[in-house]
Design a binder for this molecule. Sequence first.
Ligand code: ADP
Ligand code: GLC
Length: 485
Amino acid sequence: MKRPLRTLFVASEAYPLIKTGGLADVAGYLPLALHDLGVEVTVVLPAYAHVLEQVKARVIAYVSTIRGYALIRETRLPNSKVRLWLVDHPLFAERPGNPYLNEEGEEWPDNAIRFGLFNQALAQLLAGKTAITRKFDIVHCHDWQTGLLPVYMHQEQLVTPTVFTIHNLAYQGIYPATMHGELKLPLSSWSHDGVEFHHMLSFIKGGLVYADRITTVSPTYADEIKRDEFGYGLSGLLLYRSDDLIGIINGIDTKTWNPATDPLIAEQYDVKRLDLKVENKLALQRATGLPHDPAVMVLGNVGRMVEQKGIDIILDALPELVKLPVQIVIEGTGESRFEARLAEAMSRWPDKVGGLVGYDEPLAHLIEAGADAFLMPSRFEPCGLNQMYSQAYGTLPIVYPTGGLRDTVVDATEQTLTEGAATGFYMDSLGKPGLYRAVVEALNLYADKAAWRRMQVTAMQQDFSWEHSAKEYLKLYQMLSRSAE
Ligand code: ADP
Ligand code: GLC
């Protein structure tokens, strides 16, 4: 093929326009890395009001949908050459809350229609039923919100190869069976071998059954989801499709997350000026009202406050952790029961526990720079980004070795320490005692300044750039487009 490979990259959020989690980071940065490798990427998002406020996007086509017409608008991803299309329909107009949930944290009641329509409109576009004539070599879908696109493409008899990426199998987009008819899905798809899941409509099954290839965001998670324990009822299907399933680890944006140039931290540093890192600790202590103490070990955590992330394990361990010579800084939003417990802990141990119930990017950067170690006791973690940000900032991650955490953190053992390969600490079990023991182990090593510094340098020198992942996706795209020729 002479012209560049063309990919339609379909997602429900992309940094910096709209973000609720790591999916946005992937959809915001992977296309840039693919573009640098010569792929012509077109990203597509729903035209949420919040997105339209930030960009100027001209209308390039109309498309007929299951609920009247939608407009296709075109612009670029901010500060990039990557084309962005927006599917503009009144159902994506202004609402408080985020793309999926209202301000009370409940799902929007019309989510099935909203995302179903998004998928169906794109299938119409790909089938040439709009003014857009561009042809694509690959359609790359992400998470349940895009799971029905391969089904609608099948209905349109489109043969463009499709890739479906699982970012989190715990979110599946399950709706009442009546939605199948309302969304005008093909009758043939209503079966156990299609989108039916225990008599309900499953969006994610559309991707898992109809896409040509399935990827997920780390090799370990790709193995885990084939087991009942991690499969959320879909492990049998994933096992059946295991020849078509691979794990490709995510990258991080090394420009945004670089302590040598990060404008959001108090003092920039790198491996040669690692002594300056402590200025960030002092700034973090100031920002969170903790006592100024350059020597004390600071444990950080940033993330969605949900069980997946083990935030309950951290909160449960606090009464023991505060007895150690450490300070703990936590930033997060999520389930109100966890938010309330964090607020309570901050007032109960004001000299030991600080942080924020909220979403604040500058503080997230300061925590990465100012903490000594980063807590990530996730029950499952498809990839996880914070453990990679932490390493780039010389802040050693303490993790439960699951999914991407296992693939990106090297546990400190006698051997890895001698070899200079260690970059973090594995909990020996999931739960409060496992977390406590790992913190004590880190604390002991922290006392050995030379050993700690060596680990920090190894961590900071890891290459987590998007280029690696993008090359893997490119290989997959090339293989699929060749076999479709
Ligand atoms: P997930 O997508 O499961 O939430 P990831 O680790 O892949 O987990 O990505 C989470 C992203 O969201 C990271 O970029 C993290 O820094 C960011 N993040 C999560 N919660 C907050 C918060 N309260 N404030 C700032 N950033 C946050
Ligand atoms: C999901 C996962 C997280 C992953 C992110 C981006 O939200 O929970 O582990 O890093 O997607 O792929």
